[in-house]
Ligand binder design. Structure first.
Ligand code: CP
Length: 322
């Protein structure tokens, strides 16, 4: 993969957390903490992206990621375009690359891309102009780097450390870009007790997630965990999902108040959303005192502001004179 950093070490693209150092991740988390504002407070308003144009191209559904990139860009002073499959000429057969070239001709500086095709973000960074950046907002089952960052920011805000934490990721890990990015971020930042908990068909292949332990029994996988991250079953990525029985899945892998007692007393309950209540998590737990699910959403805006601001600083050095 091409480097996501420029020759000065500045963030140029963000399509994966693979290859980013602990220092690079920590720098983005520090920047994001400065942008955090809580519901009821005034949102941060800045000019870090003044004069820049961001195109959010969401060719898969999204609520959280799309809304937070839109807000992040506007709160830092950018012009923001939002397109999806139905509202763009892709529905008429235009390719992704022609869409990018069209918007580049309108002085777009940053493309935020969500697409179901693995490899699309890497393809695009090989084709965009020298003064243009690409951020992945979710690539097939492969990568969701800003979700990984917001997850570790949420953990850092509560635990102030990564070493020595036991983190269990539970559910459809095989199809999850969130699990891949969050696991990578955790391991880079020093978490060694990483547990993957899923029915055997939903565990990833043995070559992925090196260093993580695998569990096919939920009670074993979450025992003593400091953080439990629940995942949705991604039926849209399965060839055959009709056989899955939601009630049976909840009995075996759902997180309810009884199971939560197996975790550490101060366990954090996380979920990237969207949640399927009663399938992977009970409402009692999702809305309960251990849940930081809405904090994850709040941190998502701060992380996307941090990533956009870091990229803007890099692009400013590449600006052509008038
Ligand atoms: N977590 C996440 O990516 O949610 P959305 O699909 O709603 O953006």
């Amino acid at each position: 993969m091409r480097s996501q950093l420029d020759d000065h070490g500045g963030l140029r693209h963000l399509i994966s957390l693979d290859g980013l150092s602990r220092e690079a991740l920590t720098g983005l988390l520090d920047r994001a903490e400065n942008y955090r504002r809580f519901p009821g407070q005034s949102a941060y308003e800045g000019r870090e992206l003044a004069g820049m144009t961001i195109a959010n191209l969401f060719f898969e559904p999204s609520t959280r990621t799309r809304a937070s990139f839109d807000l992040a860009g506007r709160r830092l002073g950018a012009h923001v375009i939002n397109l999806d499959t139905q509202s763009s000429s892709r529905v008429k057969g235009e390719t992704m690359l022609d869409t990018i070239y069209t918007l580049e001709a309108m002085n777009t500086d940053v493309f935020v891309i969500r697409d179901s095709e693995a490899g699309m973000p890497e393809f695009l960074i090989d084709h965009v102009a020298d003064h243009v950046s690409v951020i992945s907002a979710g690539e097939a089952h492969v990568s969701h780097p800003t979700q990984g960052l917001l997850d570790v920011l949420t953990i850092r805000c509560h635990k102030r450390r990564f070493a020595g934490l036991a983190v269990a990721i539970v559910g459809d890990i095989k199809h999850s870009r969130v699990a891949r990015s969050t696991a990578r971020a955790l391991q880079t930042l020093g978490t060694s007790d990483l547990r993957l908990v899923a029915p055997a068909p939903l565990l990833p292949s043995e070559v992925e997630f090196s260093g993580a332990q695998r569990f096919i029994h939920m009670d074993d996988g979450i025992a003593g965990a400091d953080v439990v991250m629940m995942l949705r079953i991604q039926k849209e990525r399965m060839a055959q999902s009709a056989d899955l029985d939601d009630a049976q899945y909840f009995r075996q892998f759902g997180l309810d108040a009884r199971r939560l007692q197996r975790c550490a007393a101060d366990v954090l309950v996380m979920h990237p959303g969207p949640m399927n209540r009663g399938v992977e998590i009970s409402s009692e737990v999702a809305d309960g005192p251990h849940s930081v699910i809405r904090e994850q959403v709040n941190n998502g805006v701060a992380v996307r502001m941090a990533v956009l601001a870091a990229i803007a600083a890099t692009l400013t050095r590449k600006r052509k004179p008038l």
